[in-house]
Ligand binder design. Sequence first.
Ligand code: FES
Ligand code: FES
Length: 167
Amino acid sequence: MERHDVTLTVNGRTSTVSVEPRKLLVDVLREDLGLVGTHIGCEHGVCGTCTVLRDGESIRSCTTFAVQVDGAELRTVEGLASGSELHPLQDEFWDKQGLQCGFCTPGMLMRACEIVEQKPDVTREEVREGIASNLCRCTGYQFITDAVCAAAARMKAGSTETTGAQA
Ligand code: FES
Ligand code: FES
């Protein structure tokens, strides 16, 4: 089958991969770029576990063909931490027990990242509404909401303190 060169900048690193037109973005991330933090759940755009950011906006990488995002700037869960220092969202998910099995967590973190970056003074209700696009079977969303709100407050205050968790 015909192949296309697709250039992606993921977490600040630019790579060009040769893909068939039918190849999904999530598969390019995991198979070609080795970024397996982005999970595959339903493969139908329903669960949100494959969520990544494209130019700051969350997208479902399981329903996006890689060729559709040629030239895009992408962020995945691997790009959240800064070296060994966790992003405030990761730190608060850890601290507030916002994860159990962790399967939904990468997508949830990226959706949360979009929410807090777009609206630093986001309300608890807006967080609950925002993360409703992503399914979690373990946490009941309460602790995730606590974590996102705490991270938003820290980010707004410009805090770089962590609660002790390390990557
Ligand atoms: S795996 Fe993409 S939305 Fe479920
Ligand atoms: S922590 Fe298990 S699905 Fe969300």
